[in-house]
Ligand binder design. Structure first.
Ligand SMILES: Cc1ncc(COP(=O)(O)O)c(C=O)c1O
Length: 438
């Protein structure tokens, strides 16, 4: 599923040894594989081809401009959740004068401001994914004011109502979004009254539904349940004379955090495609991590190895400021040295692997928080100062969640393509830390 492999005792990204990147660019650095991005996107698109969906890549998962362009070249649209992400998408080329169609942008988020809404209408995005009645009423007000403000005849704004189908995706409590009490969307009963009130508005055409039940969702039946419930609602509303032409089923698809074994795209498609085929709906997908997670690693260098009580700590120059998922979600990321030494290859990727000669260690960063760890109680080969450590499946919700805590400049991002690599975001320096204050 990805292009990070050990060859002759050394970790490569595609055809480039990651140690060579560390020499050139330093650490900590996010390293992405272009071939993996392409492979994930094209295989997902192929699995769902029968539905001819618009695949709106979730910018929030990994939003570097070069990655957005790489996916746009393959036909992707963009899923954005803020004015900043919309700006990223337009800088990547999704604009009226750019190479990519801004009509393939969907804009979700529970708290869109008036400024963000106006920017999105100006940009000509495809759909607003609406999270509440209050938001929809506000969108209609803005559309009316624009229409009366001398811009008559603007194309109507399109909207899809986000519903909570009340399913349990069995994922982390912070990433489950489809339960009835979620802050996202409205429950199915409420959706009917939203359509009764707003479903015939001429300035904002409410003709779609949006779902996103959580992530990652490895329980395929959760999708089936959510979609089935929403289709029943769509059928009822159509009977009442409403036009419903779009269904956005969100993201949340697989990523291999704990080694191979998560469901394949074909598994998702086998469950989802038959439900949606022939329903007269334009289908939108919003995949994020399934495309980006296994397409990136965080490469860090060991600063010290330290013993405290019975514990051994490998202190590296990467931390929660680069990758907060372990601290925030207790997330598991496979961690292994870039040059593990004789006897520790090939790549043993997978949870709970025990190699003879390994030792249980915690891999931690230098940040002043005991929550600053990348891996706990892991059986690793002997590590010494200077060794490079790779944190796998770090392409999604890695760099995008980075902070400057402890005044740490943000890491560099590097994109490998075949035998070459290039810096797609330079490492920040100390001046960057204070630039907005001077
Ligand atoms: C509305 C919406 N769509 C798509 C996604 C992408 O999810 P994933 O990266 O798991 O595919 C998210 C993630 O939070 C989301 O909230």
């Amino acid at each position: 599923m990805d292009q990070f492999n050990y060859r002759n005792g050394e970790l490569f990204c595609e055809s480039v040894p990651v140690a060579r990147i560390a020499e050139a660019v330093g650490t900590p650095t996010f390293i992405y594989s272009a071939a993996t991005f392409r492979d994930h996107y094209t295989r997902l698109a192929a699995a769902f081809a029968e539905l001819d969906p618009i695949i709106c890549y979730s910018v929030k998962s990994c939003g570097n401009l070069h990655i957005l362009r790489l996916l746009a070249e393959l036909g992707a649209g963009m899923d954005v959740v803020s004015g900043g992400e919309l700006f990223r998408a337009s800088r990547a080329g999704f604009s009226r004068s750019g190479p990519y169609d801004p009509g393939k942008i969907v804009f979700a988020g529970v708290g869109k401001t008036d400024a963000e809404i106006n920017e999105a209408i100006d940009a000509g995005i495809g759909w607003f994914n609406i999270e509440s009645e209050a938001e929809l009423a506000n969108l209609i007000r803005i559309a009316r004011e624009r229409d009366m403000g001398g811009r008559k005849g603007e194309a109507p704004v399109r909207a899809a109502l986000r519903v909570n189908p009340d399913v349990d995706p069995k994922t982390h409590r912070h990433t489950a979004t489809g339960k009835r009490e979620s802050k996202f969307g409205v429950d199915l009963e409420r959706a009917r009254s939203v359509f009764a009130e707003f479903g015939r508005n001429s300035l904002v055409r409410l003709t779609g539904f949006h779902l996103h039940i959580g992530s990652p969702v490895m329980n395929l039946d959760a999708y089936v349940e959510a979609i089935t419930k929403t289709l029943a609602l769509i059928a009822d509303l159509r009977q009442d004379g409403f036009t419903i032409d779009t269904l956005d089923i969100g993201g949340g698809f697989r990523a291999d955090y704990e080694g191979p074994g998560s469901p394949s795209y074909a598994d998702y498609a086998a469950k989802i495609v038959p439900l949606l085929h022939g329903q007269g709906l334009r289908i939108i997908l919003e995949p994020g991590r399934t495309i980006s997670a296994n397409a990136g690693i965080l490469l860090a260098r060991t600063t010290f190895v330290k013993h405290s009580g019975d514990k051994e700590f490998v202190i590296v120059d990467g931390s929660m400021t680069e990758l907060i998922r372990p601290a925030l979600y207790d997330a598991y990321h496979f961690v292994w040295p870039a040059r593990p030494g004789v006897g520790f290859v090939p790549d043993p990727r997978g949870k709970d692997i025990r190699f003879p000669g390994t030792k249980l260690v915690d891999v931690v960063g230098p940040v002043c928080e005991s929550g600053d760890f990348l891996a706990k109680e892991r059986a690793l080969p002997p590590i010494k100062r200077g060794d490079l450590i790779a944190v796998f499946t770090a392409g999604a919700y890695g760099f995008v969640m980075a902070s400057h805590y402890n005044a740490r400049p943000n890491a560099a991002e590097v994109l490998v393509d075949g035998e070459t690599f290039r810096v797609i975001r330079r490492r920040e320096n100390y001046a960057d830390l204070v630039a907005a204050e001077e």
